[in-house]
Design a protein around this ligand. Structure first.
Ligand code: ADP
Ligand code: MG
Length: 376
């Protein structure tokens, strides 16, 4: 592809934005590398759009610094930032055909007239829409419209591409194929992408790194596998994938360290300090369901619970169990595996020591203890 360009790095330093009493973005610091694909992931209202709009220049931070390739953007207006943006609702001009929609930013940014046609054609080719130049937006499917929006965002060859839930309005199959296509396009272009979504699967599939936001704060930043396998908080453990979580104070027991629960025993992985409260996670895919009585191999973790539902989902089957304190735990296994338990059965959720993950909450705890000691 001949429109390869090099992406820029993006520096966000201590960014804050408040609306009345609502702190939409609270002191977010984030360094994005050139060419990186970073996803801002978070529930609705976590501050993703606000942060993106500040990078684009539609909003001004109350405090903090935004820079691209270490050049401060504070006084650079939107159209001079060389940043492309794709919105969820496409925002195409309904009365203009595809060609004119994609041409629009070139005219606005006063690109030399003789270059414009070539750039439009390259952008349309990149999103596989050559031949659709004369169509109006209403003559296109949702996926095609979103590809026009993408072509319009890359036609000026921006060094940073911002996308705010670009696939949110599309059905699942189309979303998945566009995820692959956007990822391919962004690597081919070499452009830096900051993508916003509330969809954990989209974040896990597409990103080099994920920045998980909650209530305007950056909770955890890392690669998809880091966030999935080493969550730093209950929030991350719950947001990315399903998790069974057990909180307690580990005690020494023979050669192992374990949390004694009223209804079970959780073997605690290395790193947990005896006598200090900790959080242990086991993914449903790593757990299985065993009968309530009978021998268990020594060294396994288990909790007793009653089977509340057995849910078939094509490829796999999920068994949901309710513990006596009302909390739910679950196990997921291949649908080919016969189900030995039925709704209403007393059973045990069982897993091996290596399948327990210690959720390292040190960062959050440090903050708490600092607050407790009066702060600094
Ligand atoms: P997200 O994109 O993650 O859903 P937003 O950035 O849109 O979140 O919003 C973050 C918080 O800021 C929310 O509590 C939202 O209600 C609030 N907010 C966003 N925009 C405005 C605004 N223009 N005026 C007042 N509050 C706003
Ligand atoms: Mg939003």
């Amino acid at each position: 592809m001949s429109i390869r360009q090099s992406g820029a790095s993006v520096q966000l330093q201590d960014i804050r934005k408040q609306y009345g009493d609502v702190v939409a973005v609270e002191n977010v610091t984030l360094d994005i590398k050139a060419g990186e694909f970073v996803t801002l992931l978070g529930a609705s209202g976590s501050g993703k759009t606000t942060l993106l709009r500040m990078i684009a220049g539609f909003l001004t931070p109350d405090s903090g610094r935004i820079a691209v390739d270490d050049v401060d953007l504070t006084d650079v207006p939107v159209h001079k930032r060389h940043i492309g943006m794709v919105f969820q609702n496409y925002a195409l001009f309904p009365h203009m055909n595809v060609y004119k929609n994609v041409m629009f930013p070139l005219a606005r940014q006063k690109f030399p007239k003789e270059e414009r046609d070539g750039l439009v054609r390259k952008a349309l080719a990149a999103v596989h829409l050559t031949g659709f130049e004369d169509r109006k937006p209403k003559e296109l499917s949702g996926g095609q419209q979103q590809r026009v929006a993408l072509a319009r965002a890359i036609v000026t060859q921006p060094r940073v591409l911002l996308m705010d839930e670009p696939l949110g309005a599309l059905d699942r199959r189309l979303r998945e194929s566009l995820q692959v296509e956007i990822r391919r396009l962004s690597s081919e272009l070499g452009v830096t992408v900051i993508n916003v979504t509330h969809d954990q699967e989209e974040a896990l599939t597409m990103s080099d790194r994920i920045a998980l936001l909650a209530d305007g704060k950056l909770v955890q930043l890392g690669t998809p596998t880091e966030l999935f396998d080493q969550p730093n908080s209950e929030l991350t453990a719950r947001f990315l994938g399903d998790s069974n979580l057990f909180r307690g104070v580990p005690v020494e027991s023979g050669s192992s360290t374990e949390i004694l629960l009223p209804d079970g025993v959780v073997k605690v992985p290395g790193g947990a300090a005896v006598g200090e409260e900790c959080l242990v996670m086991v993914r449903p895919s790593r757990a299985r369901v065993a009968p309530a009585n009978g021998d268990l191999a020594p060294g396994l973790s288990f909790v007793k619970a009653r089977v509340a539902a057995v849910v078939y989902a094509g490829e796999n089957r999920r068994v949901v169990l309710t513990r006596s304190d009302g909390t739910e735990v679950s196990a997921v296994f291949d649908a080919q595996t016969p189900t030995e338990v039925h709704v209403g059965d007393e059973a045990r959720l069982v897993w091996a020591p290596r399948d327990s993950t210690l959720v390292s909450e040190s960062a959050a705890m440090d903050e708490e203890s600092e607050l407790a000691s009066g702060g600094r």
